[in-house]
Write a protein that binds this ligand. Sequence first.
Ligand code: PMP
Length: 305
Amino acid sequence: MADRDGFIWLDGEMVPWREARVHVLTHTLHYGMGVFEGVRAYETADGPAIFRLQEHTDRLFRSAHIMQMKIPFTKEQVNQAQVDVVRENKLPHAYLRPMAFYGSEGMGLRASNLQVHLVVAAWEWPAYMSPEALELGIKVRTSSYTRHHVNIAMCKAKANGNYINSMLSLSEALSGGADEALLLDPEGYVAEGSGENIFIVRDGVIYTPDLTSCLDGITRKTLFTLAADQGYEVREKRITRDEVYIADEAFFTGTAAEITPIRELDGRIIGEGRRGPVTEKLQAIYFDLVRGKVPQYAEWLTLAK
Ligand code: PMP
């Protein structure tokens, strides 16, 4: 990743990719206190467009507020930085990674002497899920790791350290032959995937866990709008793992995962064992709208050219 041409926005400046470095005593590297976003720009007829840029920037600032990290830039500057990195790197489509982190101004757990730095990188990331996964669905295993307790990590923050739990659960799922993990909350109810929100469909109604211990996903929110516009009811409620086993359909949502059908959980086939009709319909609209093909949702796109 470090050795390539291009530019990274770092603390207000475009820095050549290879020179965008930090010291080994960078605080966030040691304790994981930092906040970030995963944002995507899609290729549209008018050029690359960032999907729901403002919502991602708003969440970054909310995450920073929770972590008491003061981002030394305005939201407008952070939006502009994201547009600029896509443009400067001449990317037709991109994954964007804004991150606020503590520098190497000091060690130890007292944050008073530390400075908050901000980086925005963008690169072409091949699909997170394979084309087959998006069409046929993926195999998921309930994780032996529990999702964060609300008083252990802050679930509303997209914080660096939270992803230790995600990486442990994903690697466990992968080594067990599954494609993704399903994490339960400390009370045993369905929370989310390692980097996705989860939905199930039963008798034409769409259900998803409430936000207590999952991330307030931007794709999740998008799904609410799409589903409502298609006449589906979406209910937020506590969901048990066996409700997923007997669902007609299940799918994950996320910036990287987009809308990915789940065909199997813990060896139980879900529904017909492939992408169901509700999932297929919503996924098709999603794929079109992010590429600027649905005028109704054009306001969610910010051109980066
Ligand atoms: N949950 C977790 C833990 C995630 O990392 C992500 C990805 N950001 C999501 C859910 C989905 O959020 P979004 O739709 O905003 O990408």
